[in-house]
Design a protein around this ligand. Structure first.
Ligand SMILES: [Zn+2]
Length: 241
């Protein structure tokens, strides 16, 4: 730290730095729970999609079981109708039984087609589910990892905030109350910035030129001075670096 004629100025500059750091940490901390919320929403939508797929799979399985049962019944009816062919007495009965067998065969055949289609789509769904489950597992790992890291970031921010607040408190103990009061008042009016450097006759708070006389005084006097334009506390600093 540069040695200044008034050591209180150093403390005020340091206090400003800490206060800005606290502001930055608070802003960062505000964003993190939002990130957690976003993550949860993303994860929820993926897990909803997985549930929907599972439900569709189960419905198709149920439908297939129902068709299997119908086909079983159809095949038994067909078998019985064929057996009855040997017992018919009249041609009319025979024709009617043939018609019944034909209808039954057609119905069974279409049931078989439907079952084949269902098997195909169950097969497709099963393959899709396997792929999606793998994706889901990866996403869940990512989600959990990111959730952990966001939680850790919040904890780390809390520790930093705590340390900064304590440092500011300690620093304030070495600054006269009236100067702190002045600092706080300027900070409110100056949108969070109360102390700014001047360099080459320009105030870095308002970017306006300051009188040459004041610029000289800032460099040589041990008084705490303020910018005539923005009223912030000013100190000299080489800004070439
Ligand atoms: Zn200014």
């Amino acid at each position: 730290m540069v040695t200044r004629l008034n050591p209180l100025l150093n403390k005020i500059i340091e206090l400003q730095k800490i206060d800005l750091e606290v502001e930055r940490l608070l802003a960062e901390k505000k964003k993190l729970p939002l990130r957690l919320q976003e993550l949860e929403i993303e994860f929820q939508s993926i897990s909803d999609a997985a549930s929907r797929r599972m439900k569709e799979f189960e419905e198709k399985q149920k439908e297939k079981r129902e068709k299997d049962r119908q086909l079983q019944t159809g095949l038994e009816m067909l078998k019985r109708a064929r057996e009855r062919l040997f017992d018919v007495k009249t041609n009319k009965e025979y024709q009617s039984l043939l018609k019944e067998i034909e209808t039954s065969e057609a119905k069974n055949s279409s049931l078989e087609d439907e079952i084949i289609n269902l098997l195909d789509s169950l097969d497709g769904l099963e393959k899709e589910t396997k792929v999606k489950e793998q994706e889901f597992a990866t996403l869940r790992d990512d989600y959990e990892q990111e959730k952990r890291s966001v939680t850790e970031a919040i904890e780390s921010l809390d520790r930093k905030l705590d340390a900064s607040v304590r440092k500011a408190e300690e620093l304030k103990r070495g600054i006269p109350p009236d100067l702190i009061k002045k600092y706080e008042k300027i900070k409110v009016l100056g949108h969070g910035i109360a102390v700014v450097p001047v360099w080459k006759e320009v105030c870095y708070g308002c970017h306006m030129a300051i009188p040459p006389q004041l610029y000289n005084e800032v460099q040589t006097s041990d008084e705490i001075m303020t910018c005539p334009n923005c009223n912030r506390i000013i100190y000299w600093e080489d800004r070439t670096a």
